[in-house]
Design a protein around this ligand. Structure first.
Ligand code: GAL
Length: 381
């Protein structure tokens, strides 16, 4: 059982476990007065990794990166994808726990839907790391690894203004003054990140709506109106088609679309092309540097994306997992922002980068994230 491998060891078991741990036992001492935490060798431990879906390139990259880095560190890994289905994710996590997982890394589909599984994890002394999406409304989440999600939104709003020429790439005021017709898309409301992205974007766009530089012809400016359930490409395509029919049938044109995620961007682009828009298309933003969208950016179809290096995120998840399994606390760099409704979850947040066409080589290819060949094909090898 997980609990035996980590904390509640017998004296003999603990001695064996410490003996097996070549190093890394160093930092495992508990605060003075408490019994020292015993640790097992990585080879003795299994980490359950629960990812939302394989329909998106990014989660496949995340899953692969987390698995391979954990395996390199010696751990056994049980990686599962839940097909964007909430009950499936619950069942998969239940199963990981009954099979004796020692720690969980979870990117939730619905941030509030895993309470019973996480209670079971807590009862078994299994630590839970919330991966990129904050798990909400439970005490039983121990750490959060993500990016600075408000800044992602700021970067998306800024990229929209830059694409329109209202701002220059260096952030200074551009020459274009509009008014420009724009429409706004947000992510899935059950994902805590969606609000951060939208709020961040609106922090730069709302003043431009207020001063008349931007016009949202549909009038749909609330996150509820802009939301896209499960971040689904087809849902975004349908909404964009409806917006074009409903607000642009008079011959007016949309000039920019705020999109929070590359899959949504591709749905928007398909809708625009289906409605007769040709290159240069309206400015469409994105996120995740998914390979299909990097190709679209390279081809001058999509305007920008936000690059979040999933290799770095995976590395942070692994670092946090190692700390917990060695009986210490992972290092947080934010202990204020991510209140999950029950507690503020200590977090490690990574920085993000905006990618326009001119940045593909330096930010994505030179860093080894994608090869030039993959960018040309729009497919990963
Ligand atoms: C969010 C994540 C984004 C994007 C989106 C859709 O939680 O932060 O980067 O991947 O999900 O998958």
């Amino acid at each position: 059982m997980a609990v035996n491998k980590k904390l509640g060891l017998t004296a003999l078991g603990a001695a064996m476990a410490i003996g097996l741990t070549a190093c890394g036992g160093e930092g495992a001492g508990a605060a003075s007065g408490e019994a020292p935490a015993a640790t097992a060798a990585p080879e003795e431990l299994t980490i359950g990794v629960s990812m939302p879906t394989q329909t998106s390139e990014r989660w496949i990259a995340d899953g692969n990166a987390v698995k391979s880095q954990l395996e390199e560190a010696g751990y056994k890994v049980e990686l599962q994808y839940a097909n964007d289905d909430i009950p499936t994710q619950g069942q998969q996590i239940d199963q990981m726990l009954t099979q004796g997982a020692d720690l969980l890394i979870v990117a939730a589909i619905d941030g509030t839907a895993l309470s019973s599984q996480l209670q079971a994890a807590a009862d078994a002394n299994v630590k839970v790391i919330s991966y990129d999406r904050l798990i909400r409304e439970t005490e039983n989440v121990d750490f959060y690894v993500s990016f600075d999600n408000f800044k992602v939104g700021v970067a998306q709003g800024t990229a929209l203004l830059t694409g329109l020429g209202v701002l220059n790439a260096d952030g200074s005021a551009g020459t274009a003054t509009g008014p420009f017709n724009v429409e706004l898309f947000a992510g899935s409301l059950d994902d805590n990140n969606a609000g951060f992205f939208f709020d961040g974007a609106m922090s730069v766009l709302q003043p431009k709506i207020d001063d008349g530089t931007l016009v949202v012809k549909s009038g749909q400016t609330s996150i509820e109106q802009a939301a896209t359930l499960r971040w689904a490409q087809e849902t975004a395509q349908k909404r964009m088609e409806d917006l074009l029919t409903g607000s642009y049938a008079d011959g007016s044109k949309v000039q920019g679309v705020l999109s929070p995620y590359d899959g949504i961007s591709r749905g928007i682009i398909t809708a625009l092309q289906g409605n007769g828009y040709t290159t240069p298309l309206p400015v469409v933003t994105g996120q995740d540097a998914e390979i299909a969208s990097v190709k679209l950016i390279n081809d001058g179809v999509q305007s920008s994306t936000i690059f979040k290096d999933t290799r770095e995120l995976a590395a942070q998840a692994v670092t946090a997992a190692e700390a917990f399994l060695e009986g210490t606390e992972p290092e947080a760099n934010d202990t204020e922002t991510y209140d999950n409704g029950v507690k503020v979850v200590p977090s490690y947040l990574l920085p993000v980068e905006t990618v326009y066409k001119a940045d593909i080589q330096s930010k994505l290819i030179d860093s080894g994230y994608w090869t030039a060949d993959e960018v040309a094909k729009g497919q990963s090898d």
